[in-house]
Design a protein around this ligand. Structure first.
Ligand code: GLY
Length: 298
């Protein structure tokens, strides 16, 4: 029977992470990657591992997902998430959630318990009721830091990398050779109510295919959407490029073609790791062979 060497990589967002938040960001991704690794190490699935890692970051107010999500111009939180199973190419996604504590869990219900791929609005809420997923109020989701970010953004209303935290995500390979990706976000500070970014769109916020690898992205959603950043990385890999070269080439293409900044984590089907970013910083962590690595600077 084929046994792969498990690997997990997580990111906590690519943006202009300020110096005073560096330690907390690194601590946050290291905690998340350990949560996922516990599962992989004991023979658990890549899907369970990426959900556990993302749940840890959805609960951590330093990150833009779940608690700590950034705010719309109305001062509200609207969250998006995507999960994909590289074995079957099944996927589940949700958009515009306002009161679900772990958006990635609801995305998994869409994938596993409905014939659909992407659910929004009232239908997503009904699914949350049906599967009794944990709810949370807007008051509990909104942090002081998110309020401050919106206040700053309102001064010049420019989408850059200064105000605002970014998406979280995880990719993993399990001992059975299965690959998965999960990405969760509150989006970008100052987005209009109802705006949906890259995260819940397959091929943009993430993609997983056992035959090639998996990707989870972060950064300016409209740019990522225009180049289908996740699928672009995998397409490059299919031409024979290494996962790291494919990562850099795809981010370079996004910068040149649509003037977009962001970052991503990736693995190939053999568990080789790629990561890169065109923002000031991106916080990430990985575990392979029980060795934890993490970073935040280029
Ligand atoms: N990358 C997150 C967003 O733009 O919504």
């Amino acid at each position: 029977m084929y046994m792969a060497k498990p690997v997990i990589v997580v990111h906590g967002g690519a943006w202009g992470i300020p110096d005073e938040q560096v330690d907390e960001n690194i601590k946050g991704v290291e905690k998340a990657v350990r949560e996922g690794w516990k599962i992989l190490k004991t023979g658990g699935s890549a899907l369970d591992a990426v959900v556990a890692a993302v749940n840890s970051m959805e609960d951590n107010p330093i990150f833009d997902a779940g608690i700590g999500s950034v705010l719309t111009t109305d001062g509200t939180v609207e969250m998006d998430a995507l999960i994909m199973d590289g074995n079957t190419l099944n996927a589940g996604a949700v958009a515009g959630l306002r009161d679900v504590r772990y958006p990635i869990k609801l995305a998994r219900h869409v994938m596993e318990d409905t014939p659909h791929v992407l659910m929004i609005g009232d239908g997503a809420n009904r699914l949350a009721d049906e599967f009794k997923v944990e709810r949370i109020t807007q008051d509990e989701l909104v942090t002081e830091d998110a309020r401050k970010g919106l206040k700053e953004w309102l001064k010049d209303q420019k989408f850059g990398e200064t105000f605002g935290h970014e998406t979280v995500g995880a990719v993993a390979l399990d001992a059975d050779g299965n690959i998965a990706t999960a990405t969760s976000t509150g989006g970008v500070t100052g987005k209009r109510v109802g705006r949906v970014g890259d995260v819940p769109i397959i091929g943009s916020g993430g993609y997983a295919d056992n035959r090639v690898g998996a990707v989870s992205t972060t950064g300016h959603g409209e740019s990522i959407l225009k180049v289908n950043l996740s699928k672009l990385v995998l397409n490059y890999m299919e031409t024979g490029m290494s996962v790291q070269i494919a990562t850099e080439k795809a981010l370079g293409y996004m910068a040149v073609r649509v003037n977009g900044n962001g970052g991503l984590i990736a693995i190939d089907k053999d568990g080789n790791i790629g990561h890169g970013f065109t923002t000031k910083r991106m916080v990430w962590a990985s575990i392979k062979d029980d060795d934890l690595e993490s970073g935040i600077n280029a």
